[in-house]
Design a protein around this ligand. Sequence first.
Ligand code: HEM
Length: 207
Amino acid sequence: MPASRNSWRWWFAWIVIAATSYATIRYHLAQHEPWSRFYFWTVNKALSYAAVILLASSYLSARKDRQLARALGLCGFSLALVHSILSWPLLSAFNYPKLYSNGALGPAGWGCLLSGIAAMALLFGPALTSFPRFTHSLKPPQWALYQRLGYFALALVAFHVAVYGFGGWFTPSKWPALMPPITLISFLLAAVPTILRLLSNKDQENA
Ligand code: HEM
């Protein structure tokens, strides 16, 4: 049995624990948000953060260990789906003031929501086609095309978090306990696989 068959469980558990600890320390211990917001305001942040880490890890490990990449990708997809669903009942000016202006969703709010919805829709492509039923019924180039949709999804996720968090990225003195915003870390994590992919395409063109 390949090591990756089981190792994804450890990766999944550790990434969820690390993301939840980060969000809890940053928002509750350092920023003193009331604990009543833990469910589901903080949990939603932790799940979205873990989703980005898992999706980025999936694309970064795809060439080395396909089984592990598939498992991490499906875990990331599932958490992104939970975040997408959980965000709707939480959507309000009280929970996300940066997304609202004059009591209604502002340009940042619409940008964040539409890019999130588009990213989630694109993620269905690689997720569904990673199941054997689809893998066997598609020709390899078609399958690869669906998998590549994940890079576009990651680029949209980078935009999604930038629209929401950009304003706070350049004021480290205001970061609780000097911990960088989840949006900034997620932006970098989402951007890296996409940039590496673009660079390797360029190398192949030049070869
Ligand atoms: C229907 C789709 C989506 C909706 C409605 C949505 C909604 C939101 C909202 C309202 C926020 C800002 C509030 C917050 O801090 O939690 C947010 C932030 C975030 N979203 Fe999404 N999102 C969607 C899809 C996604 C996807 C596919 C991902 C990628 C895995 C993602 C990752 C994130 C991350 C990492 C944050 C920053 C969390 C933070 O720093 O607080 N979202 N999303």
